[in-house]
Ligand binder design. Structure first.
Ligand code: RFL
Ligand code: PHB
Length: 404
């Protein structure tokens, strides 16, 4: 058995784990990453696409914003299409100049992986039988890697291993409480090398169900359709997808839509999920390991980033200032922001999707609410300030010496 000693063992090399690794590296805190998949698999997963202003600021702080600054597309507004008519929500003018940036999660992941490789930091990809133990006393991580058994001895474990990970599953049942809502539909997503139908994202509420027109660049589009959970990707040829999308759009967008061959197509179920607390002894959960939001508010990746801002700050405070305050406050601080993003994502999902179970009365009330939001300055401001991201403080990383 190979024994490795480190300060922080990070489980999972998604955006949460990679960003924590990068921030700890900048702060001179030794850590390793343990990931069950291959680096190629991790780098090619297609997921979220919208970064809040605060997430962009955090990536800048982490020193991985070069490509983001060069290729990210800043957006100062979104369109909401309802009753066949588009309404623009001017995010920037409603939030004192804040924006969101279109930049794929795949790119964020690649940038972070490249920075990690450049700094020659330790990562164990394709680790098997990963197990976390003794996190209420002396934390250990064991796994099998390239034919050998490993044991990591560390001060802390960061559970950044997503919804299906081993960290949350290892917490004793009487120490954890989970809250969940599963939605009766999914999103069918298509990625295609065609120019986006519009300069800004279009969130579509229609009688035929929700749709979203998004993008990854000026030549690559990402589109989504609300579909029943019983549907399979094989049920949806490209042709059927484009036809259905056109039906949900307004005449002008329908006319402008450029269709093409899909380069990725998948169905994702929609779920709201929160774990309380997010700390168990020396084990911290972050990102999807702790919470899931339906993608309607574009919050999944951004919440992972804010957890990591709090966790990195807490660990820096612990190692550089000898204070446990940040560690002790981690769970509560995260959960305050998490529940607000959960509320916003749930609300956007309800407002814009068609629910089979909704009565005509429910439907009318929803239309009235949407109409109110889109015609009231106060209503639009509520939407805008949540969409661009609720603010949090980012700890400066200047002049930190490596921790021995
Ligand atoms: P990730 O990205 O799931 O990364 C977790 C990593 O942990 C690894 N892992 C393990 N490693 C070691 N040992 C184990 N036992 C392990 N078990 C798992 C996994 O292989 C993986 O590499 O979580 P993280 O870092 O918290 O990042 C969160 C974001 O990825 C997530 O919130 C968003 O992508 C959610 N999401 C979307 N969010 C949006 O805002 N907009 C979207 O359009 C959007 N689309 C999506 C999504 C999530 C999806 N999932 C989870 C299935 C589409 C999909 C399909
Ligand atoms: C995406 O581009 O994948 C995307 C954008 C906005 C969302 C969800 C997904 O709300």
């Amino acid at each position: 058995m190979e024994i490795v000693k480190t300060k922080v063992a990070i489980i999972g090399s998604g955006p949460a784990g990679l960003l924590l690794g990068q921030l700890l590296y900048k702060a001179g805190i030794h850590h390793v990453i343990i990931e069950q998949r291959s680096a190629e698999y991790v780098a090619s997963r297609i997921r979220a696409g919208i970064l809040e202003q605060v997430s962009v600021d955090l990536l800048e702080q982490a020193g991985v914003d070069q490509n983001l600054k060069a290729k990210g597309l800043p957006h100062s507004g979104i369109e909401i299409l309802t009753n066949g008519k588009k309404h623009r929500v001017d995010l920037s003018s409603l939030t004192e100049g804040k924006q969101v940036t279109v930049y794929g999660q795949t790119e964020v992941t690649k940038d972070l992986m490249q920075a990690r490789e450049h700094a020659e930091l330790t990562s164990f990809y394709e680790a098997e039988q990963v197990q976390v133990d003794d996190f209420y006393s002396k934390p250990k991580v064991t796994f099998h890697y390239h034919g050998k058994d490993y044991q990591i001895e560390c001060d802390f474990i960061a559970g950044c291993d997503g919804y299906h990970g081993v960290c949350r599953a290892s917490v004793p049942e009487d120490k954890i409480k989970t809250f969940e809502k599963v939605y009766p539909f999914g999103w069918l997503g298509v990625l295609a090398d065609v120019p986006p139908v519009a300069d800004e994202l279009i969130y579509v509420q229609s009688e035929r169900g929700f749709a979203l027109c998004s993008m990854r660049s000026e030549t690559r589009s990402r589109y989504y359709l609300q579909v029943p959970l019983t549907d399979h990707v094989e049920d949806w040829s490209d042709e059927r997808f484009w036809e259905e999308l056109k039906r949900r759009l307004d005449p002008e967008s329908r006319e402008k839509l450029v269709t093409g061959v899909s380069i990725e197509k998948s169905i994702a179920p929609l779920r709201s999920f929160v774990t309380e607390p997010m700390r168990f002894g020396q084990l911290f959960l972050a990102g999807d390991a702790a919470h899931i939001v339906p993608p309607t508010g574009a919050k999944g990746l951004n919440l992972a980033a804010s957890d990591i801002a709090y966790l990195s700050s807490a660990l820096i405070e612990y190692y550089h200032e000898g204070s446990e305050q940040g560690i002790n406050e981690y769970s509560e601080k995260c959960l305050q922001r998490v529940w607000k993003a959960e509320r916003f994502s749930w609300w956007m999902t309800h407002l814009l999707h068609r629910f089979e179970t909704e009565s005509e009365f429910d439907h009318k009330i929803k239309q009235a609410e949407l109409s109110y939001i889109l015609t009231s300055q106060a209503g639009q401001t509520t939407l805008a300030e949540n969409y661009v991201g609720l603010p949090y403080e980012i700890r400066p990383l200047n002049n930190l010496q490596p921790v021995g």
